[in-house]
Design a protein around this ligand. Structure first.
Ligand code: FES
Length: 159
């Protein structure tokens, strides 16, 4: 779920989350996860607040957000399709499936379809390696994907 709030409210919520985790050793990742849980993504407006409160540069905060594939900088679409890009899935045709999904949706990884319906994300192992290649659609895992199964998933979210 994405939550959109006025800038001042985002800053206020961000401060509340920072206060909750500031005492931890290495508080940045827990703060970013909590923000993403709260808003569905890490709002741009949160980054300077985090930098100020943790005494980091904005570039350092931004660097961590962009380094980890889990964090989104923009609100996600109504549906999130995650395709596994890790080794077992790659060896079972994951690359080809990823190309197919991109073509079907007309977007690349980390993008959302223009109608706001579907966000496509890479994920690095869903723990379903024995059923490679696998994917997760809105939190539900799908194994042994072939072209037809992938097309059915895409059709499901485009309906
Ligand atoms: S490598 Fe894809 S589920 Fe583990």
């Amino acid at each position: 779920m994405n939550i959109h709030l006025p800038r001042a409210d985002v800053a206020e919520q961000t401060l509340a989350i920072i206060d909750e985790f500031k005492g931890l050793e290495g508080p940045l990742l827990p703060i970013l996860h909590a923000l993403q849980d709260e808003f569905g993504y890490v709002p741009q407006e949160s980054m300077p607040v985090i930098a100020r409160e943790l005494n980091l540069s904005r570039a350092e905060v931004y660097g961590v957000v962009t380094f980890y594939h889990d964090f989104r900088e923009h609100p996600a679409g109504r549906h999130v399709l995650k395709l596994c890009r890790a080794e077992a899935c790659q060896s079972m045709g994951g690359d080809r499936l990823a190309d197919r999904a991109k073509a079907l949706l007309g977007i690349d990884f980390h993008e959302t379809t223009p109608d706001g319906e579907v966000t496509l994300e890479p994920v690095y192992c869903l723990g379903l390696c024995s059923c490679s290649p696998s994917a997760m659609l809105d939190g539900e895992v799908h194994g042994r994907l072939d072209d037809a199964a992938l097309e059915a998933l895409v059709e499901e979210v485009r309906r």
